[in-house]
Design a protein around this ligand. Structure first.
Ligand code: FES
Length: 201
């Protein structure tokens, strides 16, 4: 009989975060931090053709994103922006859509070109050491995935899709959905704590 762990790993489509179990009580900034834990097998296969098609459909823009054969990552910089790499769909507050392979997203709240960083964090002397408030010991994967980031009006950056959040201190959190602070005031950075009303976003 097939091992149940293997059967679970095979049954999960890692491009679809809806399939993962959720635990909303664990952190208001993380909608569903539960992913297969240490020891879980990597997915048996990724739907490469679907990913290729997804990116082919976006062609025609000035800067055509490519499907990267890497997992999505978010570097939380010290006193600076959130640097995201991967296969990213960014939905702006007005509903327009941008596809990108790397983004520098404001998290200090002072940018005049939101959601992007424009180095205003230097002018306001934004102080944050880049710590990650909630860590995980889930196993990172190398498979390419897609991620959708939605700019919530007067609110955080919500995301859905595999994301490895890390900093240069060696801290790491792997999740498949959540909300990132972009007003600089959250007590649970880089996640939104839902307590500030995000008036400065
Ligand atoms: S983090 Fe750079 S302008 Fe806000």
């Amino acid at each position: 009989m097939e091992d149940t762990t293997k059967a679970l790993a095979k049954s999960l489509d890692w491009s679809d975060p809806d399939q993962f179990p959720t635990d909303p009580e664990s952190n208001p900034g993380l909608d569903s931090p539960s992913v297969p834990g240490p020891g879980a097998e990597k997915p048996a296969s990724t739907d490469e053709k679907a990913l290729d098609r997804w990116f082919l459909e976006q062609r025609g823009g000035k800067r055509v994103p490519k499907r990267l054969d890497v997992a999505n990552e978010l570097l939380v910089t010290s006193g600076g922006p959130l640097k995201m790499t991967g296969n990213i769909t960014l939905i702006h507050e007005n509903g327009s859509v941008t596809h990108a392979n790397n983004l520098s997203l404001c998290r200090c709240g002072a940018s005049k070109n939101k959601p992007y960083c424009d180095d205003q964090h230097l002018d306001i002397e934004f102080f944050d050491n880049g710590s990650i408030s909630q860590l995980s010991d889930w196993m990172a994967v190398n498979r390419p995935q897609t991620i959708t980031v939605t700019c919530v009006k007067n609110g955080p950056l919500k995301f859905r899709g595999y994301l490895r959040i890390f900093n240069k201190k060696g801290q790491e959190c792997i999740t498949v959905s959540g909300a990132l602070c972009r007003c600089g005031k959250s007590s649970k950075k880089p996640f939104c704590d839902n307590n500030q009303g995000c008036a400065g976003c």
